[in-house]
Ligand binder design. Structure first.
Ligand code: ADP
Length: 494
């Protein structure tokens, strides 16, 4: 990856974008468009179609027809595998273009985006392409006079609502297993990160995915997202985003056809550092990166540092130093460690949380402010708040910004109590040289993934999903396939 190539791509004009429905580029039914602002400089990058309920319904109808006439599910597994594999290759071939387009739209630092976005998406699509002819039905252990078969059937039409922090990675987490199992999909990107997903969907068509199997409708969550949620023709809804929207989706399901709803919501994940951590210097750097990369806009971000009292001051100073060394700036500059916050709204929300933390008795020891305002973009200094009480707003609510809270603990029992003191349960980390202690923490902390002596980076072979108000269901690994299939029993008298 070279700065020169990035600089060439960053000025490439982006034409106004349409929906992709039944393989056709379509404007909104009322010709509405939404401006796309780049968080890099706050300037208008292009426009995307501002979808209407009619547009969403057209996409759902297209997906239903594609499913019913079996143009995708009816193809031999080897043929579907070939198309998905080709798609993964095209994502790789176009990786830099996809990454730069995505960064111009959402602000993630390119160093991270290139791996986490097209890199991860291609890997995910390939993983499920490879899996699709290796997942078998079952024969039940019945008495000899009957045969019990368990078929795995596609659910039909999947609605996928995607957030703005990692559109390609998270999009692929849904699309890979949904398409591998023969479903049709309607995808709704986030308002502030549609562009790279539209391009990735185009590449799927170039790879040979039949029209109507993957449809993309852009627009406002409250309009097109709601229409999708309330549709009686969507069988499964998969979502990554905020708890507030997750609740709405469950309501939509209850008010319509009881569609299955899988929610990957946020977290307030604890990173727990014991005094016997093997390498405190490395732990401090990793704790910093575990919250500050992508400006904290990572669902598994380790946003609560719980640190043993005996090393509190020394460790917090080390994390502070690591934070101050991080270069925040133009996300398309290879020298930037951290890019822009996705939107002005998000930036203001982050700053509001910091103000509240101060009022509630926290001390801002690092950062706490908007920076680089002269660029017109949305940047925030990595921020550390110490002396945070467990019931403070900043310790309880997800900021989704570059804000780390610090709370001290005296012993293992207190560490567990603090770790489990929020309504969330998505991720966590523990740093210790004591193997038994590490295993006890893995058991005791209520969460979907526990990291030991590292943070983040769990690859596609392992599931990701939350407990409590962090959601239900899993992305990644073969377990993700379960969301997109129905089990059907055949009970046959012999
Ligand atoms: P955030 O507040 O961080 O943007 P959201 O949960 O609102 O998080 O956004 C995640 C996704 O949910 C986006 O694609 C957004 O458009 C969509 N969304 C927002 N509101 C609704 C809604 N009422 N119904 C369906 N989808 C929605």
């Amino acid at each position: 990856m070279e700065q020169l190539n990035i600089d060439a791509l960053r000025v490439k004009p982006v034409s106004p974008q349409s929906h992709l429905i039944d393989g056709q580029y379509l404007s909104a039914s009322d010709s509405g468009q939404m401006k796309v602002l780049s968080p890099i400089d706050g300037k208008v990058l292009t426009t995307v179609a501002k979808g209407t309920a009619e547009d969403m319904n057209a996409a759902i109808t297209a997906a239903r027809s594609a499913f019913d006439d079996k143009r995708w599910a009816g193809q031999p597994p080897a043929a579907r595998k070939k198309i998905l594999t080709k798609w993964a290759e095209l994502i790789e071939t176009n990786a830099l273009e996809l990454a730069v387009l995505g960064v111009r739209d959402n602000g993630t630092e390119i160093n991270m985006a290139i791996k986490a976005e097209p890199g991860s998406a291609a890997g995910t699509i390939r993983y499920y392409a490879e899996a699709l002819d290796k997942v078998y039905g079952e024969i039940a252990p019945t008495p000899g006079d009957v045969l019990g078969l368990i078929h795995k059937e596609p659910v039909g039409v999947v609605g996928a609502i995607i957030p703005w922090n990692f559109p390609l990675m998270i999009g692929a987490w849904k699309l890979g297993p949904a398409l591998a199992t023969g479903n049709s999909v309607v995808l709704k990107p986030a308002e502030t990160a549609s562009l790279s997903l539209i391009r990735m969907a185009e590449l799927a068509h170039e790879a040979g995915l039949p029209p109507g199997v993957l449809n993309v409708v852009t627009g406002e969550g409250a309009v097109v997202g709601e229409t999708m949620g309330l549709s009686r023709d969507v069988d499964v809804l998969v979502f990554t985003g905020s708890g507030a929207t997750g609740r709405r989706l469950l309501e939509y399901s209850a008010r319509s056809n009881l569609k299955r709803v899988y929610l990957e919501l946020g977290g307030k994940s604890p990173n727990i550092v014991f005094g016997d951590a093997p390498d405190l210097e490395l732990a401090a750097k990793t704790v910093a990166m575990g919250i500050f990369r992508n400006s904290g806009q990572v669902c598994v971000a380790g946003s609560r540092l719980l640190v043993e009292s005996s090393i509190h001051d020394e460790f917090v100073a080390a994390v502070g130093k690591a934070a101050e060394r991080l270069r925040v700036g133009d996300p398309l500059d290879l020298n930037s460690d951290i890019g822009a916050v996705n939107s002005e709204r998000q930036l203001m929300q982050n700053l509001g949380f910091v103000d509240k933390a101060r009022v509630e008795g926290g001390e801002i020891t690092t950062g706490g402010t908007r920076i680089l305002e002269e660029t017109g973009g949305y940047y925030m200094a990595p921020t550390i708040v110490t002396g945070v009480t467990p019931d403070a707003t900043i310790a309880q609510q997800e900021v989704f910004g570059p804000v780390l809270t610090v709370t001290a603990f005296d012993d293992e029992a207190e560490a567990v109590r603090l770790a489990n003191s929020t309504v969330y349960g998505l991720a966590g980390g523990v740093w210790t040289s004591n193997l038994s202690l590490a295993h006890r923490m893995i058991r005791e902390v209520r969460t979907g993934v526990m990291h030991v002596n590292t943070y983040g980076g769990a690859d596609g072979t392992v599931p990701l999903g939350g407990v409590g108000q962090s959601g239900n269901g899993h992305d990644k690994s073969l377990h993700a396939l379960e969301k997109y299939i129905n089990l059907k029993t055949a009970w046959i008298k012999l």
